[in-house]
Design a protein around this ligand. Structure first.
Ligand code: NAD
Length: 283
């Protein structure tokens, strides 16, 4: 199957990044969201990113950036946007019921050959596909933020994903110049499970008062050569997001993943991180 056109559902942080990445690699992308305003903002941010990170640095001509933008078509009509595409990638909110509903609707409406993917960062692909008839064509394609820059894609094989689907997803991902790892469906996959454990344990240390916020972050950055410390990362991603992930991992994998009491308190008190301008640090 030759892939020429793809549809990305959800034009937030990840959806717009995936659209930019795919259009840069020559695909026509139908980018879908629930209202025009969000879509316009997404396209403006792609335009800005292309100019700032590529054109201004002489990595791309102005003409090439315009061509990339012209390959991104905005739509609020999902049924229209899935016509004549070979891959659909959903990047809507991290909500199991919403993703299940979208995947089963896509499964009903898309031609049998079309690959259906989710960009979830933690939810079980097997569970997400449960309401669809043709579960063998559903796979997790987990991009990282910012999608045009980050080198990794985690492919998630559900209990029912076929080898054919996995191969198409792998070829597509490698064609985007990414390194691909494959994971058998398990909550949080490799990356989210590990980063959650690191951040949650750092929050436990902060709660126990064994070191200051700055010293925990500095220790992790310099000891392990990580670009960011776990507490600044938790603020960046959103402490609310980590709390949700922790609750989900605890439900699915057991008590080892129990979110720290301090994490619960911070979210309750709206210390969400950068979004609320206060978290482990003030912004
Ligand atoms: N932000 C990250 O760092 C990151 C990294 C990897 C994966 N993810 C995953 O990617 C997904 C999206 O995350 P995000 O950070 O881009 O979220 P976001 O909130 O920035 O964007 C989600 C978008 O989905 C849209 N949406 C919601 N319901 C919709 C529907 N029915 N139809 C069309 N659009 C709809 C919203 O309007 C919004 O624009 C989540 O599953 C998340 O776990 C996020």
């Amino acid at each position: 199957m030759e892939i020429k056109n793809i549809c990305v559902i959800g034009a937030g942080v990840m959806g717009s990044g995936i659209a930019q990445l795919a259009a840069t690699h020559g695909y026509h992308v139908n980018l879908v969201d629930i209202n025009e305003e969000i879509l316009k903002k997404a396209k403006a941010s792609i335009d800005k990113n292309l100019n700032r990170f590529f054109v201004a640095k002489d990595k791309m001509s102005d003409e090439e950036a315009k061509k990339i933008l012209s390959r991104i078509h905005l739509s609020t009509n999902r049924d229209e946007a899935i016509k004549d595409v070979q891959i659909v990638i959903e990047a809507v909110f991290e909500d199991m019921a919403l993703k299940q509903q979208i995947l089963s609707d896509l499964d009903e409406k898309c031609d049998k050959e079309v690959l259906l993917a989710s960009n979830t960062s933690s939810l079980s692909i097997t569970d997400m596909a449960l309401k669809a008839k043709n579960q063998e064509r559903i796979v997790g394609i987990h991009f990282f933020n910012p999608a045009p820059v980050m080198k990794l894609i985690e492919l998630i094989k559900s209990k029912n994903t076929s080898e054919k689907t996995l191969k198409i997803a792998k070829d597509f991902s490698e064609g985007l110049n990414k390194t691909v790892v494959t994971v058998n469906d398990s909550p949080g996959f490799i990356t989210t499970r590990l980063i959650y454990v690191l951040c949650n344990e750092a929050i436990n240390m902060k709660q126990e008062g064994i070191a200051s916020t700055e010293d925990i972050d500095t220790a992790v950055k310099l000891a392990f050569n990580f670009p960011m410390g776990p507490l600044e990362l938790s603020d960046l991603v959103g402490n609310d997001i980590y709390l949700h992930i922790g609750e989900y991992l605890t439900e699915k994998l057991g008590q080892n993943y129990q979110p720290s009491q301090l994490l619960n308190k911070m979210v309750k008190d709206k210390y969400i991180g950068r979004k609320t301008k206060k978290g482990f640090y003030n912004y």
